[in-house]
Write a protein that binds this ligand. Sequence first.
Ligand code: LR7
Ligand code: MN
Length: 534
Amino acid sequence: MEAAYCKDVPLLKIIRFVAQLTVTPVMVHVSSPEVTHAPKLEQQGQLLGQFDEKAFLSSKQLKAGEDPYREHAFNLQESDRLGSERVIRDTRHYRCASMTFDPDLPPTSIIITFHNEARSTLLRTIKSVLMRSPPHLIQEIILVDDFSSDPEDCRLLSQIPKVRCLRNERREGLIRSRVRGASAASASILTFLDSHCEVNADWLQPMIQRVKEDHTRVVSPIIDVISLDNFAYLAASADLRGGFDWSLHFKWEQIPIEQKMARNDPTQAIRTPVIAGGIFVMDKGWFNHLGQYDTHMDIWGGENFELSFRVWMCGGSLEILPCSRVGHVFRKRHPYDFPEGNALTYIKNTRRAAEVWMDEYKQYYYAARPSAQGKAFGSIADRLALKRKLNCNSFRWYLENVYPELKIPEQEAAYSLLKQGGLCLESHGTDSLGLAECKTAPSIPASQKWTLIEPQIRQHDLCLAITAFTAGSKVRLEPCNIKESRQKWKPRGPALQHMISGLCLDSQPPSGPPLVAQCRPQVTSQSWEPQLVT
Ligand code: LR7
Ligand code: MN
């Protein structure tokens, strides 16, 4: 497996892998006519203090003939051309504009880590914050320069009032850089931003309000799309939340239909299983209490899962606030190098997240990402100790309560027959189960193949369920749902016991349909011998 990475095919794989990492949310057209206006000239003067914007930008412009995408993986020429105060459309739902906030919201420290960011995008990020936030809510903007080639980028920007510059003495990656920034922050609320963002009208108040009401909430805006080609500011869909697959690959996904139906107020927060990672607001005390970040993660990737699992499992919650909008330049590749290689770094970081937080479910991560097995990930002793100290819920709890839509994968080659002598449990449609003569490989029909993934007894996406919690009730197949207690079973000797009712699966006389009965594990009609078939 290891060797595969050295051949040419895997290079393609890695490129694809990188491309996958950058996920752009689905765009929709929003017809709000409102725009977010730039401040008047005299205000701008006050915003920048001694800082000489012209000199800052002009000394680093693209040279004639240079590829505008080469250095930053976006069109630098377009970014430079835009200027630092462009007007962007207010992409919120119109009802957001009439929201009210507490007059005494606490201020926040903005933390922006960067490694070789383009000057024009970095400056636009900072200026958009200064222009579109109530000044009293911005305590400071902390730039953490993650050992960029030119130390002047950060140093010069710190001439802008409220902007501070911390420079790493070596490349640390965004995770340790953010921890450094957070530790230096003097406000009680932390706001993290990527270094190529533009915040939109009233972006900050909704987030601070939610965190002020409940300090265990960790909140993100809707992340709008800034085109990497022409820097157009595009509204992202307001119906998305953060999700992932078992390989720990982040994706935007539709809000589940029941939740969507229940939403009658478009300004309402959206619960999200994970956050994208770069743009969020969190109480500083809560950030520290929960163990900041896993500082053994390097460069980029995986920290959003680790933080998201930890927040949910240890007593907090994650939400996306549709009335807060921040634009972000989504790229197709990383413009910077990974000292240990991109793939290995992502594997190390996600392995750490899986090993610490996913309990027995980490097997599905390894099944989905076989190349992760055997790769180094360092010691996780301190993170496991943290998890114990915080008395966190299990990953199973997370799946049941936060992300029931994440399906447990069907495991190839893990089908079983459920045998009773020469007879096998068989389905004939969802409502009719029975016993039939066991078939043998290779002609075993799907109707006799069962997948036993505790606590479910599955046939594809259908699960064996009781119909009532009383002895004598029929069993049937229905769509699997990990939260559904009627679908939960466990082995008890040779019997299969329904967990809550304590009743056992019983075949009755072979002609009748199977049902649940008082457990008598010695009885033949309750004895099920699983036989693996491949
Ligand atoms: O070594 C590094 N040191 C850094 O300081 C590498 C990066 N960085 C900085 C970098 O300059 C940038 O400001 O860290 C920030 C994030 O890096 P990007 O912009 O290359 O990452 P991204 O936008 O592709 O990635 C998303 O996922 C990351 C996983 O580690 C982080 O959580 C990013 O913050 C996150 N970005 C967002 O959530 C914005 C929305 C994009 C999405 C989805
Ligand atoms: Mn980014």
